[in-house]
Design a protein around this ligand. Structure first.
Ligand SMILES: *Cc1c(COP(=O)(O)O)cnc(C)c1O
Ligand SMILES: [Zn+2]
Length: 406
């Protein structure tokens, strides 16, 4: 690892790495309770490799980890970028790609962030890591902490999908089911970290969440033909995956490997459209909605924590925001399954729903090279897809009973 510092996305101040430093103290003094995070810090590398990795799993040189640090083997990322031939044919798109992050160990892109935070906890010799989550970040932390021999304490709204809560318990984490919203769970968990001295993994508060998620972008551009894509779509709630994609682009440009950046599109779900509102108003302060309750539970946030940085990334890549309805999300789940054999949760299928919307709106041309980041596995919330899928055919166990039309 070369030398790293942390730098503030708002004022540019730089700080040395420190496990108790989560945000820029100068900018954080302007933080409103429950609002988006002020003074988000990004990792700044003094030097980065100047070549594309030749093999899978060669990203260590791009991450802020000391060379000698030994980590238990718990592979995260290195998911395939699949050519969406059948899906592309239906949309008239010959150059459509899908980054299948449902194949991560806990079934979502959140594993990328939790892996790096757990690695930093080992480096800093901390024992307990805590987070709030709509479900997936907590599941990812529970799994990775178990694999790394760390304790996990997670705060999840009591309304989270049952499979996510079960998965967390199966991995031995202490699960606090909060009687309130995700935003309330976030405030509670951060206060608890301060009071108990736990390492805070909260998204867009812990600088290594954005840094961990950047690996999705590094992999996508390593895997894409000619290392080039015109646009990438991703389901967006707090804007940390989006911020990670933007950070990956910035790092590749710093390394001199990438010319034109792909345009990044944030896909927002129905009532949970705070970032789209901020984008349209041109200010992060507008990024707030009173009630976020779309079918995509992973996208339901009232005040996106990484609003400021996410809006910077959308502007820097000349991308944008699109909104999709619950119906459009469910229909995207069915299309993704039938055309690609990938079962996604609603937030995971949001990228596809957003692409269909962008084609309608003329934001994307059908001949462009487009990648969809499929962020979460459908088995995490099977009930959400149900109403749009073909029914089972009930049949008696006799050959004559098989319907003639099959
Ligand atoms: C968390 C999550 C998202 C959104 O990521 P943000 O960083 O909150 O924008 C999208 N899809 C899935 C499956 C997620 O778990
Ligand atoms: Zn600052």
């Amino acid at each position: 690892m070369s030398h790293v510092e942390l730098s503030c996305v708002e004022c540019g101040s730089r700080y040395p790495e420190d496990p108790t430093l989560l945000v820029c103290p100068a900018c954080a003094s302007r933080q409103e309770v429950g609002g988006h995070t002020r003074g988000v810090l990004l990792v700044r590398h003094a030097e980065l490799p100047d070549y594309w990795p030749q093999a899978h799993g060669e990203w260590r040189g791009w991450l802020p980890l000391p060379d000698g640090l030994e980590l238990p083997r718990f592979p995260v990322g290195d998911t395939p970028l699949l050519h969406g031939a059948a899906l592309g044919a239906r949309l008239g798109m010959p150059h459509l790609w899908l980054k299948d992050d449902t194949r991560n160990p806990s079934g979502s892109t959140k594993d990328r962030a939790s892996w790096l935070v757990c690695a930093k906890a080992l480096q800093f010799e901390l024992e307990t890591v805590a987070t709030a989550s709509t479900g997936n970040a907590a599941t990812a932390l529970a799994c990775c902490a178990a694999a790394f021999g760390l304790q996990a304490v997670v705060f999840v709204p009591v309304t989270a999908p049952a499979a996510k809560l079960l998965h967390i318990r199966a991995c031995g984490a202490t699960l606090l089911a909060v009687e309130g919203s995700y935003d309330q769970a976030f405030e509670l968990s951060s206060a608890a970290c301060l009071a108990r001295g736990w390492y805070n993994r909260n998204t867009a508060l812990n600088p290594y969440t954005i840094e961990g998620k950047k690996t999705a972008l590094l992999e996508m551009l390593t895997q894409a033909p000619g290392h080039a894509l015109d646009a990438i779509f991703v389901g967006t709630g707090d804007g940390v995956i989006l911020g990670g994609l933007g950070k990956g682009i910035a790092d590749l440009q710093q390394a001199g490997l990438l010319g034109a950046a792909p345009r990044l599109y944030a896909v927002q779900a129905g009532s949970s459209d705070a970032l789209a509102r901020g984008w349209e108003a041109g200010e992060a302060a507008a990024a707030r909605v009173p009630r976020a309750d779309s079918v995509a539970d992973s996208l339901n946030v009232e005040a996106p924590r990484n609003a400021q940085h996410a809006l910077q990334v959308l502007a820097a890549t000349r991308g944008g925001c699109v909104r999709v309805s619950d119906e459009e999300l469910r229909s995207a789940i069915a299309l993704l399954g039938a055309a690609m054999g990938i079962f996604a949760e609603p937030a995971g299928a949001a990228a596809l729903a957003g692409l269909r919307k962008a084609l309608e709106l003329g934001l994307v041309d059908a001949h462009e090279r487009v990648a969809l980041l499929i962020t979460g596995n459908g088995l995490k919330d099977p009930a959400a897809a149900g109403s749009h899928l073909p029914d089972a055919l009930r049949v008696a166990p006799r050959l004559e009973a098989l319907p003639k039309f099959i």
